[in-house]
Write a protein that binds this ligand. Sequence first.
Ligand code: AN0
Ligand code: CP
Length: 317
Amino acid sequence: MRYFTNVHDLGDLKSALAEAFEIKKDRYKYETLGKHKTCLLIFFNNSLRTRLSTQKAARNLGMDVIVLDVNQGAWKLETERGVIMDGDKPEHLLEAIPVMGCYCDVIGVRSFARFESKKDDYEEKILNQFIQYSGRPVFSMEAATRHPLQSFADLITIEENKRVERPKIVMTWAPHPRALPQAVPNSFAEWMNATGYEFVITHPKGYELDPRFVGNAVVEYDQDKALEGADFVYAKNWAAYTDPNYGKVISTDRSWTVTTEKMALTNNAFFMHCLPVRRNMIVSDDVIEAPTSLVIPEAANREISAQVVLKRILESL
Ligand code: AN0
Ligand code: CP
């Protein structure tokens, strides 16, 4: 595997999961695979989990790791071709990318949707430039439209906790004060559609996701109805996708917050969220602290999902 940007790059999910569980049993089994190989992690945006878990995964495989926060200490980057660079950006991404490629064997990139141009975001303009110009294998650490390392960790967590073969998974929008990307919900939907699970998405009108990600999921605007019989509740906020509101907050309706009353409608469901989460906006204290909350196991599985991806990339070098 040379690139990891979406669910399809992983191929058969059953074998990917088997590999994940093998690694989880002994995470040092392949500790020499990455000897003398350098993993460069580029962050255009903040991160706690991705930053730590991906470094840990790379080190478990014996790799060296370099982390660069582009906005802290590097030169401010111009990303548009054709711009007369007489402003505040001394370097162009078109030089910076191949330079970064000189110092490593594998590159991870975090670059969120900017909400300036829906076309640029949904064409994955930044991530694709790394693929095109770095000369190195590239994996996404959350790009504009997807967060596949998160979705893979979420899938591992569901497999570890499901009580029936075909659980009902409900992804619910929840309120948040700031505009957040659609990457996590898009990606979760893409991965759930690739499994045989029952999958329902619920959100207020106006928060419809890109139909290419919704796929065959059932969309139910009544959150209470959607939650009935759920085995897993996956909460996430996202900003509007549809025009003319792309990238905007159009509701902060707190009746959508996941509370104990909401969870009572489910089949004693597990609660999931990728974190970071705003308590009592997205989810109540009681729900996130309950024994049915999987937020910490999901975060723990980020090390495992990253390690499967890095192992496969190393095997292809
Ligand atoms: C980001 C998002 O919603 O995409 C990262 C989540 C993993 N969240 C925030 O910016 C709060
Ligand atoms: N879930 C996740 O990707 O968290 P960070 O943004 O902290 O990396």
